[in-house]
Design a protein around this ligand. Structure first.
Ligand code: AMP
Ligand code: MG
Length: 386
């Protein structure tokens, strides 16, 4: 049996390198940059007024003659000489001669003249040319995740097509004779399929698309056919059928497809067993187990495939509910973590085990309990924030 750390290493070793694609600016959000991006211009491109008001010479006092009106998008025609000023709008280029802007609220206008009610410093309310960026300067680097601010920055520097890591395409497939679709009322011995929905939601939380291949019964040949379909994507996530039971046919199906299993048993609870072969995870059927294996292994796998850091935050917290039972596996316990009086505080939520998905709806974290460990109330524990 493998420890979580050993399993993690084996899995990450098999992650394919990100594929690069060029996408339009409109589609760039959520990707990771595969190139450095330099600005094609200074930003701001000219000395720019930062307030609506009057462009003045800071040293001037008294009533100043207004020589021009400069809206945004227009270049001043007149120079501001001693005793004069120009009316200016936010975003407009400064006229020659002026070195400051007094905001309109701090002036009194009298026909063609204006008096500053407060003096201004040279440079006040003016953003000098190239203050933010110089032409040719690299502003976004390869490996950076493109969020809203980065997308706006790409627009600013005129980068309308951008090289990024392709988003992996993922498919989910549930296996199990007992499974029915959520819109059906289960008959005797049946339950509703929830895993393809929860797992697909976990995939989509990473900003990735996920194809739902539905449910297949416990039939080796049927599972093989769906595996072939699923492997047209970058990653296939199966659920159920990975234990040692007679009707657990995912592993025989993967082997019949010529896949080499990299692992089967890992010292984790919930979640033992699951299986991994390159580009395929066989997640456990129990919903919380599938959820945990996704968080611990699949999420970092997809992150590596995207070239992005998608790790969940881990914090140290003070435990309010003791953990008495020592087990021979790393135990992930659903918990609520809150920040209180300058520390994180964790309490485990009542939970009936790996089938009890409802407990997870009351949790926002897992307490991660190492092998053969018990905790008293008040112990400092590691929590994985969801
Ligand atoms: P298995 O791993 O196939 O032995 O399934 C373990 C448990 O998880 C069984 O109680 C199954 O009924 C349940 N289960 C399997 N697949 C799903 C699914 N897609 N949604 C909800 N429960 C499932
Ligand atoms: Mg099953």
């Amino acid at each position: 049996m493998l420890t979580v750390e050993q399993a993690f290493e084996i899995i990450l070793r098999d992650v394919p390198a990100p594929r690069e694609v060029v996408v339009a600016l409109e589609a760039a959000a959520g990707h990771v940059l595969a190139e450095d991006c330099a600005s094609d211009l200074d930003m701001p491109p000219f000395d720019k007024a930062m307030m609506d008001g009057f462009a003045v010479r800071a040293a001037d006092t008294g009533a100043l003659e207004i020589v021009e009106d400069i809206p945004a998008g227009k270049v001043a025609a007149r120079e501001v000489g001693p005793g004069t000023c120009s009316k200016i709008m936010t975003g407009a280029p400064m006229p020659r001669g002026a070195d400051a802007v007094q905001q309109v609220e701090k002036t009194r206008r009298d026909g063609g003249r204006v008096t500053l009610l407060e003096p201004v410093r040279a440079g006040q309310n003016v953003a000098p040319r190239a203050q933010d960026l110089k032409a040719g300067e690299i502003v976004l680097r390869k490996g950076q995740s493109l969020r809203a601010a980065e997308v706006g920055t790409l627009a600013t520097i005129g980068k309308t097509r951008v090289r990024v890591n392709a988003k992996p395409r993922v498919a989910v497939l549930a296996t199990g004779d007992e499974l029915v679709a959520p819109d059906r009322t289960p008959g005797p011995g049946q339950i509703r399929n929830s895993n393809t929905y929860s797992v697909a939601a976990q995939v989509r939380e990473l900003g990735l698309d996920c194809d739902d291949l539905g449910v297949v019964g416990d039939d080796r040949e049927a599972i093989r056919a769906r595996i072939r379909e699923g492997l047209r994507r970058d990653l296939l996530l199966l659920s159920g059928g990975v234990s040692a039971g007679e009707r657990d046919l995912v592993i025989p199906a993967l082997e019949a497809e010529g896949m080499t299993l990299r692992m089967h048993q890992v010292l984790i609870k919930p979640g033992r067993p699951f299986c991994f072969a390159p580009r395929v995870f066989g997640l456990p059927g129990n919903p919380v187990s599938a959820f945990v294996i996704f968080e611990v292994f699949v999420r970092p796998y997809l992150g590596r495939m995207m070239g992005a850091d998608v790790a969940r935050a881990r914090v140290r917290a003070r435990l309010e509910t003791p953990v008495t039972r020592k087990i021979d596996r790393v135990h992930f316990l659903p918990a609520r973590v809150r920040y209180e009086e300058a520390e994180y505080v964790a309490e485990t939520v009542p939970w009936h085990g790996s089938a009890d998905l409802f407990a997870l709806t009351r949790a926002n974290a897992f307490v991660v309990v190492p092998i053969q460990t018990a905790y008293g109330k008040g112990a400092e524990v590691e929590c994985l924030l969801l």
